[in-house]
Write a protein that binds this ligand. Structure first.
Ligand SMILES: C[S@@+](CC[C@H](N)C(=O)[O-])C[C@H]1O[C@@H](n2cnc3c(N)ncnc32)[C@H](O)[C@@H]1O
Length: 270
């Protein structure tokens, strides 16, 4: 069994992605995606950034390890009439079917960070980018006090210990790791830049309802609740997460608006 694939097929990430659309669109605007560009969206989910890229006229390929999310992405592309957008299954650490230098831009927002073997992931992203092209990654930051880093941290504390050799996805949120991984893929330091940026989650109901979406549909949180329930700690986990969601919410009692900090990485390939 591929645990990485199973984790993301377990829930239904489309339910969370629905709360991330506005920031996805703003991010693609800021990156300058334009008509005719060849774009790879890696760990694309159901297309939070792939759809806005295609709406701006780019030819977009979304690659994701989860079969259900690939199907959801293709359904969104069909409904939107975007014949320049296609989703396929694939693993960010082994993009065997994609030719060298094929893309002007590789985008991976909270996607490739979850793939195993981060050095292979960096190498593959660089390989499929054309000389003169760019890679833009969004990565959650370890120990950051905002929402997602804290959900991952709290969830990990309740889940069983990871297998030997497991490299935490949030290691991609530290600049020194980003530099080491892309450096090993042949990118000089001056062509790598990192900055802190914000993604905003928006949900039309209160934060407790938003938390319940995570509990029911987000693989890492689902696993944490299952593990916690086995030793009677699910109530404790619920309380810890409720306090987090309440403290992060800026939308008032009826609405959820939660900004979360991430590391935005831009790599230029010469
Ligand atoms: C947090 S979601 C983000 C999805 C999307 N980028 C977005 O912003 O809505 C993480 C995504 O990475 C995908 N993923 C995890 N491991 C992967 C891998 N090894 N290769 C490709 N995709 C992967 C998951 O299936 C999931 O769709």
């Amino acid at each position: 069994m591929n645990a990485n694939k199973a984790l993301w097929e377990k829930g239904d990430f489309t339910r969370l992605a629905a709360t991330m659309r506005e920031s996805g669109d703003e991010l693609i605007e800021s990156v300058g995606v334009a008509k005719g560009m060849e774009v790879l969206d890696l760990g694309c989910g159901d297309g939070t950034t792939a759809v806005p890229s295609a709406r701006r006229g780019a030819n977009v390929l979304g690659v994701d390890i989860a079969e259900n999310l690939v199907a959801a992405g293709n359904a969104r592309a069909r409904e939107a009439g975007l014949d320049n957008l296609r989703f396929i299954e694939g693993d960010a650490s082994r993009l065997d079917d994609l030719a060298d230098s094929r893309f002007d831009l590789v985008v991976s927002i909270f996607g490739a960070m979850f793939a195993p073997r981060p050095f292979d992931v960096a190498k593959e992203m660089v390989r499929v980018t054309r000389p003169g092209g760019r890679i833009v990654m969004g990565n959650w930051i370890p120990a950051d006090p905002t929402l997602v880093a804290q959900i991952l941290k709290i969830s990990a504390a309740y889940a069983p210990p990871p297998p030997e050799g497991f490299i935490s996805p949030v290691t991609w949120g530290l600049e020194e790791n980003v530099r080491e991984r892309f450096g090993a893929a042949g990118i000089p330091p001056a062509q790598i830049s990192c900055e802190r940026a914000t993604y905003v989650f928006r949900h039309p109901g209160p934060p407790s309802e938003f938390l319940s979406t995570f509990r029911r549909f987000y693989g890492p949180t689902m696993n944490a609740f299952e593990a916690a329930a086995k030793d009677g700690r699910d109530g404790q986990l619920q309380s810890e997460l409720e306090a987090l969601f309440e403290s992060q919410n800026q939308g008032g009692p009826e609405r959820t608006v939660i900004p979360a900090t991430y590391l935005k990485v831009t790599v230029r390939k010469s």
